[in-house]
Design a protein around this ligand. Sequence first.
Ligand SMILES: [Ca+2]
Length: 184
Amino acid sequence: MRLPCSRFVTELRFVVSPARVLFSGVALMLSATSAFAANETITWGFGPTPSSVSISVGQTVTWDGDLVFHPVRVTDATFTTLGTVVSSGGISYTRSFPTPGVYYFMCALHGASMPTTVNVCSPGPYAVLDVDGNGQVDATTDGVLTMRYLLGLRGSALTAGALGACASRDASAIETYLSTRVVP
Ligand SMILES: [Ca+2]
C-alpha cells in the first residue's frame, strides 16, 4: 500500500550529451508517491504470508496466528541465531519499529521454516536521484540504474541486482521515471 504525499522539491535535472553531463537546478512542485507501505499483517503459520514486509519508521507489523504453538523469536539474516522470544501467547502479536533497518524473526519452535523479514524504511528527503524510489540515494542502486539506462539496458537487464530495499519502482516505472529526466 502506498501513501500519497506532495511536497516542494528542488530537482536536479539531468542533461546528458555524449561528451558531458550537466546538472541544473530546477525548482518545481512535484507530486510524489511514498515508497513505503502502511502497517502490515503477516498470516503466521507454516509458510507465513507474506514472509517479507516493508514498512515506514514508526509503523507496525502484526503476526496473526497461533502464538502458543508458534512463538515469535528475534533472529538474524541466516535465521540461526536464537534471540529473544517477543510474543507471549494468544493469537496476535504487534510490534512497532521506531528505527530504520532490516529485522528478522522466526518461530521459536520451528525456526527457519517460519521466517519473517521486516524492512523498516526512512522516507528521508525526496531527491530526484532516488531512481528506485526507496527514499535513499545510493551509488550501487540509483547510480547503477542510471548508468544502465543510459547504456540502453531495459527491463530486467536494467534492474537486476540494482534495486534497493523498499524500492517502490519496478523496471517499467524506472524507465518511465528516467525517460522524463534524461535528455539523450
Ligand atoms: Ca534509491
